[in-house]
Ligand binder design. Sequence first.
Ligand SMILES: Cc1cc2nc3c(=O)[nH]c(=O)nc-3n(C[C@H](O)[C@H](O)[C@H](O)COP(=O)(O)O)c2cc1C
Length: 163
Amino acid sequence: MRAVIIYMSIHNGNTKKIGEVIAKRLEAKLIRAVEAEVEDLLNYDLLGFGSGIYFGRNHEALLKLLDKFPTVQNKYAFIFSTSALGKFPIIHDYHKALKRKLLRKGFKILGEFTCRGYSTHGPLKLFGGIHKGRPDKNDLEMASRFAEQIKKTYLKESELRGD
Ligand SMILES: Cc1cc2nc3c(=O)[nH]c(=O)nc-3n(C[C@H](O)[C@H](O)[C@H](O)COP(=O)(O)O)c2cc1C
């Protein structure tokens, strides 16, 4: 299984912590989106895309990177994020823009993970921020379990395809 994780974590390093746990579990390479080359990424079968949520969506660099992808076949993806507020799918699905691009490029999305992350954005700074200490031990454990589930699903899909 060749896996790579592409991330952006510009606020407090929250999403990087999640990315590291997932990368360890999947024995995946971890790379920042701004440093990633599409030609290199095309060598992987399973691609994880993660970032903090900034103004309601994943980091722009992930979206721009995906624009450079050709249409792919037999490639799998998953999404992860950290955010100050929880995700309410109908009202605001933070992963929507990224999901849409992945699907348009032909990726099969195996799953999504999100948890809270410490934020001192804007006026929150005046009050010491919110979710101090997140992601915490429990969040990291949940991320690790998520990665295990992704791995299982990926292996099952590959087996069905006869790889
Ligand atoms: C510029 C900016 C915009 C943000 N916008 C949102 C938002 O729209 N919704 C939300 O829940 N959190 C928002 N946050 C909080 C971050 O998503 C949260 O702190 C996240 O864990 C940051 O991840 P990072 O440390 O990996 O960058 C914002 C933070 C910043 C700095």
